[in-house]
Design a binder for this molecule. Sequence first.
Ligand code: FAD
Length: 404
Amino acid sequence: NDTVLIAGAGHAGFQVAVSLRQAKYTGRIALINDEKHLPYQRPPLSKAYLKSGGDPNSLMFRPEKFFQDQTIELIDGRAVAIDRDAKTLLLASGDKIEYGHLVLATGARNRQLDVPNATLDDVLYLRTLDESEVVRQRMPEKKHVVVIGAGFIGLEFAATARGKGMEVDVVELAPRVMARAVTPEISSYFHDRHTAAGIRIHYGVRATEIEGEDGRVTGVALSDGRTLPCDLVVVGVGVIPNVELASAAGLPTAAGIIVNEQLLTEDPNISAIGDCALFNSVRFGEVMRVESVQNATDQARCVAARLTGSPATYDGYPWFWSDQGDDKLQIAGLTAGFDQVVLRGSVAERSFSAFCYKDGQLIGVESVNRAADHVFGRKILPLGKSVTPEQAADLSFDLKKAMA
Ligand code: FAD
């Protein structure tokens, strides 16, 4: 059977299909899509799309004709069970589809807020186009939003809401914004920028209850006894990887679907990629799950290459971006585990990078409005090269020299 069946038509699933055809794969490619839209980009959902006129077509990777021209079958439906012996995938409709190879690209879903009244109508999330559309439509009629979670999505939304004139409070359990993902220097910069814009950030507190009246949100009660009044709540408290399809089929899962360094599950006929995959990174010597467009698309390319005769260890180099207000944050590498941070550029001029070191070796570059430093990081880091902390801090040192 030459069918490559892909469960999930997000960034990862779409890219596998495209990369297979680019590699001249001639077999059947079928993409199971459980959302009511053509495959689309997720990052704008918490950024540009909320400011736009709400045209879903602006988000689509490709128009419908592309799928027809490439003979990539888009099948509306939800995968509910895998029969590994028969090599079939069962859809919620009852249809069964045979596969030669199955790619699980089921992504992740919102972690739900687990407090009283969390299901009130004005408690919203931002993961899917439909959810973003509800937020977009709701914003003009609301005055005051409480954002729960100061991660990337929460802060991107907060900046957009404030830009539209809303009162914005952000509730965060950690002592700084984006604490799991960036250095304190970057957290501090974004704290200052968001508070200067009039956003109030409340650290070290958790939401304990959504307060409501007649079904409408009136406030968020906090663990320190205060209540923040509001008429809208947007929740960004992380995601849960969609592993259930795999685990019900007996495939090993933990904080993701477990795959080897080539992104294969224990079953040689099933791969898993993107937000749902917990992979063994040879480069970083650890098991990890990464939520980013880079990871989803590079893993898709790796699987497509294997399926067309060029198997390789997955070796994509992590990079990420986040647009918050007028600021663009770009991250190259994995900055966790640093023991030294050196700043290049000027915080006051809103153009600087945090060069992160571990044992004297550059491991990541976090840049604010300094695209050239980001590009440098993406080039030099995969090569294992470095610049010294002194060179990084010295604006007169030409980073390009380090590439020679
Ligand atoms: P997804 O894109 O989540 O796609 C998975 C798809 O599978 C979904 O359509 C889901 O409905 C479907 N699915 C699940 N189960 C089934 C099933 N059983 N059957 C059929 N289909 C199923 N990353 C960046 O790098 N930069 C950013 O600025 C950025 N901003 C973001 C902003 C937002 C609001 C969000 C939500 C994410 C953002 N990300 C960003 C992260 C990035 O979008 C994800 O890492 C990426 O979408 C992961 O791709 P994926 O294909 O693995 O998962």
